[in-house]
Write a protein that binds this ligand. Sequence first.
Ligand code: SF4
Length: 374
Amino acid sequence: MTRHLRMDAEDFLPDAVWRRGFRRRLAAWFTRSARDLPWRRTRDPYCVWVSEIMLQQTQVATVKPYFERFVRAFPTIEALAAADEQQVLRLWEGLGYYRRARQLYQAARVIVAEHGGEFPRDRRSVRRLPGIGRYTAGAILSIAFDAREPILEANSTRLLARLRAYRGDPASTAGSRILWAIAEAVLPRTKVGAFNQALMELGSTVCLAKAPRCDACPAAALCLARAAGLQAAIPAPKPKRPAETRREAAVLVHRRGRVLVVQRPEGQRWAGLWDFPRFQIHAHGPAAIERELAEGVERLTGVAIRLGGHRATLRHGVTRFRITLACYDAQYVSGPPANHSSSTMRWLRPEELDAYPLSTTGRELARLLLVRSG
Ligand code: SF4
């Protein structure tokens, strides 16, 4: 079985002539076409690392201002490690996938505690840091230190799969092994960081998912998918889980000019962020909804409420869920009981919410609160 799989990978590996031609064309194209991105102006491993984490699942244009703000606030690994996690999350607010920010912060603390604040240069130590997988380790080590490490993310996966006409599922075990083997085989001996960045750049700006710009591609003459007219079929489309609709409610509980917020617990969406009491609802009809909201707030916080009016309805998506969020005002009546933990609950004046990391819809509600109370 192992031998069979290894032979599979070999079927897709390019020969020396192809590799040389590809590296030459890619390097010449990157010299002409590389975008000027803030994280490309330095090889500081910290900046490379922050940018790589932010760029996971997020577009370059979205990341730019976040990256600049983040490294201005925390210019070094030591500064990040010495920060408060809430500050880190506040600067990450709106980028989504908040686990990335928490792991970045935890990893900075590990680097200070175990590596004297210097980003480690060996693969094993890097891979042990929270939030750093094979791709991110390869990207940081190659870009910052020119280590001969391959990379494979969405853009280079698509590019390499097309160049070598790999028609299987890149996310399968065999697909991942074959594509990593190709990524390793094409690596040059020197200037590995520039090469890896060029791979990603070509994937993201020319070898586009829906309509690859083959006419502008420096590797067109080497591309097996293009030769066979298979660009649209590679990579094999992922089976999509259908979107699910869901109703949720957020309740703005008021008490003497303050409003109740709770910190999202570990293991839940937006862990570490603060939020107004929010939960899924199922009831229909005003009386049933009122009962469900009161029970929901009490279950979450121990606080008994008297429901006021409906304030807004917000629509948003989280992964495959299409959420309709109904937002209500409520007045505090009593509670929480003495045995209820309060470290994750606070009563804040609306303007104090500015210092707290909130989800995008949470921030929208905070703004509505300010407009009304201002
Ligand atoms: S020729 Fe087209 S499909 Fe092939 S790598 Fe270039 S852009 Fe992608």
